[in-house]
Ligand binder design. Structure first.
Ligand code: SF4
Length: 346
């Protein structure tokens, strides 16, 4: 019996569902930081306004006691009101001590990069033609849409394993060969290491990847009934699968977002744009930095957007800042001469 627990076999989204940028509204429903701050201050101001009214009630109670014509029931009611209001005043004073409007607003302020919504909107616009290598040959394009859902998920996982340190075009070509050979857990377990090597020896680090794919396939057969794990933790237990691959696999194979898939493009561009509060050294550190401020509803698209943007404009070497809509908003773009530069080969 399978140890994999999941509600149902969910087929991965088709491509147009997955990455729909054309004609997309750039507006966001995220409440701006300044609005949140303003609302907090307004709430606290309203609390402050209650205080004089409460004090007025106490004063009225004392006047009742001073009035010689008052009845006993008037006095009792006045005492009760005074006691009750005094408690409220203390409560309000305590509350005001803890959350003065200024302190409260300062505590609630979360770091956001300047103009991030505009920058994101500009990247969407620059990616609207959907003609980067990742759009035609990315991992989501390597799955056989005719295959059963669990086989498609296996395709997604193998494709991601092959894609490390490898161009999309090369990964795509290797995946076509594997699919032609028969890319199922059972068939790969039957395939000799040597035959598997011949099928994938164009990708980077193919020797290690042969080992990872064989070992992973054995684990999937034994522990997951031929399917793939449906959690980031489960995926990361597989040989050669790190956080980036696990998060991307959750998105591509299971249509679930558990984090941002940060590869070399997302890592580089986030640092160039100042989308990390402090410069980060690893993709994993960048993932954590991005997830600390980017609203989760944008996590799904950010990898695909930035990978294509990095392939076409914000390239690793010689970014095309002069063609970039973010030139005036980007710290690197503002200081660049505007003409693409390539590093000279020594
Ligand atoms: S201005 Fe240059 S460095 Fe900045 S995002 Fe655009 S291409 Fe990249």
């Amino acid at each position: 019996m399978s140890r994999l627990t999941r509600s149902k076999a969910t087929a991965p989204l088709n491509l147009s569902e997955r990455f729909e940028f054309k004609g997309r509204s750039n507006s966001t429903s995220v409440e701006s930081q300044s609005n949140v701050q303003k609302r907090k201050v307004d709430e606290n101001s309203a609390t402050e306004e209650k205080k004089p009214k409460t004090e007025e009630i106490i004063k009225r109670g004392k006047n009742v006691k001073k009035d010689k014509n008052h009845s006993k029931s008037d006095e009792a009611a006045a005492s009760k009101a005074e006691e009750s209001c005094a408690t409220k005043v203390e409560d309000i004073e305590d509350c005001c001590k803890i959350s003065s409007p200024v302190k409260n607003a300062e505590e609630k302020v979360k770091w956001f990069p300047d103009n991030w919504e505009k920058v994101l909107s500009n990247i969407r616009e620059m990616r609207s033609s959907q003609d980067a290598p990742v759009d035609d040959m990315g991992c989501h394009k390597t799955m056989d849409p005719e295959a059963p859902p669990e086989v498609q998920r296996y395709h997604a996982l193998v494709s991601l394993m092959l894609s490390s340190q490898t161009k999309d075009q090369t990964t795509y070509a290797a995946m076509l060969k594997l699919r032609e050979h028969g890319l199922t857990v059972d068939n790969i377990l039957k395939t000799s290491d040597n035959d598997l090597r011949k099928l994938i020896n164009t990708v980077g680090f193919w020797k290690r990847k042969v080992e990872y794919i064989k070992k992973t396939s054995a684990i999937l057969k034994e522990r997951y009934d031929g399917d793939i794990p449906n959690t980031v933790e489960g995926l990361m237990e597989l040989p050669g699968v790190g956080p980036k691959m696990a998060h991307l696999c959750m998105t591509t194979a299971w249509n679930k977002i558990h984090g941002i898939g940060v590869d070399t493009h997302v890592h580089r561009i986030s640092n160039r744009l100042g989308w990390v509060q402090k410069p980060t050294k690893t993709p994993e550190a960048t993932r954590k930095a991005l997830e600390s401020w980017l609203p989760p509803k944008f996590w799904f698209e950010v990898n695909h957007l930035m990978v294509g943007f990095g392939q076409q404009i914000c390239r690793p070497i010689g970014p095309r800042c002069s063609d970039c809509l973010n030139k005036a908003l980007c710290p690197v773009g503002r200081t660049s001469s505007g003409s693409p530069k390539r590093k000279k080969k020594s």
